[in-house]
Design a protein around this ligand. Sequence first.
Ligand code: UD1
Ligand code: UDP
Length: 356
Amino acid sequence: MKILSIVGARPQFIKCAPVSRELRKEHREVLVHTGQHYDPEMSDVFFEELAIPKPEHHLGVGSGPHGKQTGECLAKIEEVLIKEHPDLVLVYGDTNSTLAGGLAAAKLHIPVAHVEAGLRSFDRTMPEEINRILVDHISEMLFCPTQTAVDNLRAEGITKGVFLIGDVMVDALEYNREVARKRSDILQRYSLIPGKYLVLTIHRPSNTDNPEHMESIIGAIGDCGVPTLFPVHPRTKKYLISYGLWDRMPDTIITCDPLGYLDMLAAMDSARKILTDSGGVQKEAYLLSVPCITLRENTEWVETVEVGWNVLVGADRERIVRMIGGFIPPVEHPDLFGRDASGRIRELVGEYRNGV
Ligand code: UD1
Ligand code: UDP
């Protein structure tokens, strides 16, 4: 089976690492990097640390407004697909690279397999929600991480080719957790004491593009006076500078460039709490048993909220302060995301070839 996998943004590099390792045991994989993320700390570091094979095709698409970025990916992926003739195209998550990859393949009648299918925030102002819905509706194989995702697909009339396999980010985390503990010196580098600091990430347009939201989040964390490591996404840095907030950062917030995966894992692993609007980070917080304060009004990872390990606070200054001080998760920590989803993808793709 010749599988063409398409990645382009940070979380996709992390997700593709375990899947690629599995696929290559049995199948031929061609890896395409769209170039949506391109700074070394947003791209190369993950290929190096996670030993992801060098992409056969690098499309160099870069940044731009949604239409331009998605359109350039679409045109360039189409050229690659015509040249490579894969049996299946594998796309991850919900970025513009995901949508472009799915669309280019479906138009050429190449079956699409979607990893992280069925997730919904029910908030169509999020660009990701549009991407997810469209890709799910043109996919032949839908790999769902949770039962909620399967139910969401059923509610939209999609029942064929749907597989509940668990989450591939579990595989990435399990493979790297010990390595991160041994190799990363992030705590020493920033003088962080285990259990006595917070980790913060922000990159959703609903926060970054709104000066009041950014002021409120940064202000709330300053109010609490707890040391907070803040690896800053390039999109977020751009806005923080333009709002004049970059130079008014509270002393307790330690900003740094985006971290590699091993440093990020090590930093999250020993944190008291994590504050984030990231999808992947919410999941990792749960897997590492660190309480998560989500800086959004909704989430695709509803299970983490239902079991009491994640709270949604939006960008509300008072709620954020209250949760940093007072949020205590329950003792119960059920398994929500399964295990060996990457191995299941390898098997299911093989069965698909045989017409199952
Ligand atoms: C994208 C995804 C989002 C995902 C996130 C993961 C879409 C619509 N959004 O958001 O779903 O959660 O990646 O991090 O696909 N930039 C750089 N260097 C880089 C990459 C980006 O400077 O290597 C800056 C550019 O100014 C760019 C901005 O960040 O305009 C946003 O990048 P983009 O890839 O468009 O969206 P993200 O916010 O990263
Ligand atoms: N991540 C990282 N370094 C950072 C911030 C995040 O390695 O500085 C990892 C994080 O551990 C998770 C993934 O990037 O595995 C999440 O990506 P991101 O938050 O960019 O996107 P999302 O998951 O929201 O789509």
